[in-house]
Design a binder for this molecule. Structure first.
Ligand code: HEM
Length: 346
């Protein structure tokens, strides 16, 4: 079967595709910050549980909030992904439908387990809930990586049609392992940074030891993350790789800026400067999200380009969206202040 037969006709878009690509990059970066805080924060909470450190215990109690924010920040990139690449994303999620729909059950159970952990950890227990909750969260990430890596591989789709019954997982893809490990190591690095920030802003000098532990995790896992990023790069299709090695000035420049930001984060991590490390890390995640979007469009180049989509020129939905986004972000900032602020919980 010709895989092109599985690509539906795309819908028209209201404004130029670059708007949606930019908003996808921005909101995906926010989603990944929260995913990393959740996964890395959970892993560190588990690793440090035996220490009975009050800062770590208080930080662990925020995991259900991190989970809720991860889910909320997943919705926006999903919308923008569907606007531009829906005809690829739908096909890959249908080929993996069993796993994809299973994510809903995993989300509900994972969320509930983190609440059980939060409740039990106050009494010194709850390790089992945390281990199980983290395992389910890692399974969600596995399905996410599989579906979004499969959507750029129409050539692999036909092996999943007719026999897979919606159970296709893209594990055989050469980019799958480095991509998943890159996310995993990034999570522990960002989780360490989040713990260090939390210790600094909630406990001051009392949290110095926890801050040091968080920054150490940040530094070591940033190094590991760089290694897996390099592995992902060399695992790309050769024409895509060459774009980042000079064939496309935009791709090469974006990658160089992203690597520069990552080096900035590493240097700040090595000298235990928490705030500069956080700023460099945010810039790295944002620019790496741009690199990832360029990889997606370059990998799909022979099948589709978003610039080919019909533009209807209706600007009002975008204006309305941007206005509500600003209001939403302001409300979120206020909510975060309440949730993570240094206050006693009732
Ligand atoms: C605990 C819950 C979640 C975890 C751990 C998680 C993890 C991830 C990871 C690791 C990726 C990157 C995949 C890759 O590029 O290899 C990803 C991408 C994505 N996630 Fe999530 N996710 C979660 C919840 C959600 C939810 C609830 C939604 C939607 C409502 C969502 C929407 C997305 C979308 C749309 C992408 C791809 C964005 C793009 O390619 O432009 N996620 N997620």
């Amino acid at each position: 079967m010709n895989p092109a037969a599985l690509i539906p006709t795309p819908d028209a878009i209201p404004v130029g595709w670059a708007w949606f690509e930019g908003l996808n990059i921005l909101t995906f970066a926010l989603h990944m910050v929260m995913v990393n805080v959740l996964v890395g924060g959970g892993a560190l909470a588990l690793y440090l549980k035996g220490r009975r450190d009050p800062v770590v215990t208080s930080f662990s109690g925020k995991l259900p909030s991190a989970f809720a924010l991860t889910v909320n920040f997943g919705v926006a990139p999903l919308l923008f992904l569907q606007v531009l690449y829906g005809h690829f994303f739908y096909t890959s999620s249908i080929l993996s439908a069993g796993w994809w729909l299973g994510v809903v059950a995993l989300l509900i159970c994972g969320y509930y387990l983190l609440y059980l952990f939060q409740h039990a950890s106050g009494k010194g227990g709850g390790t089992g809930y945390l281990v199980l909750g983290l395992a389910l969260i890692l399974c969600i990430a596995l399905v996410m990586t599989s579906v979004v890596s499969l959507m750029v591989r129409p050539g692999s789709w036909t092996s999943g049609v007719g026999g897979s019954a919606g159970s296709f997982l893209n594990f055989a893809d050469p980019t799958f392992a480095p991509r998943y490990l890159h996310f995993l190591f990034a999570s522990i690095a960002v989780g360490g940074l989040a713990l260090a920030l939390y210790a600094r802003f909630t406990s001051g000098a009392d949290g110095a030891a926890t801050q040091e532990t968080g920054m150490k995790a940040f530094f070591v896992f940033t190094l590991l993350q760089m290694a897996t990023g390099l592995w992902w790069l060399v695992a790309l299709d050769r024409p895509v790789l060459l774009k980042f090695l000079g064939d496309s000035s935009l791709a090469t420049a974006t990658l160089l800026v992203a690597i520069g930001c990552a080096v900035g984060a590493l240097v700040a991590g090595a000298s235990r400067k928490v705030i500069p490390a956080a700023i460099w890390t945010l810039l790295t995640i944002l620019t790496m999200a741009g690199v990832r979007a360029l990889i997606r469009s370059a990998t799909l180049e022979s099948w589709f380009s978003p610039s080919a989509l019909t533009v209807t020129g209706e600007t009002s939905p975008l204006i309305f969206f941007l206005a509500t986004l600003l209001v939403g972000l302001a409300a979120l900032a206020y909510m975060l202040k309440l949730a993570f602020g240094n206050r006693k919980e009732g």
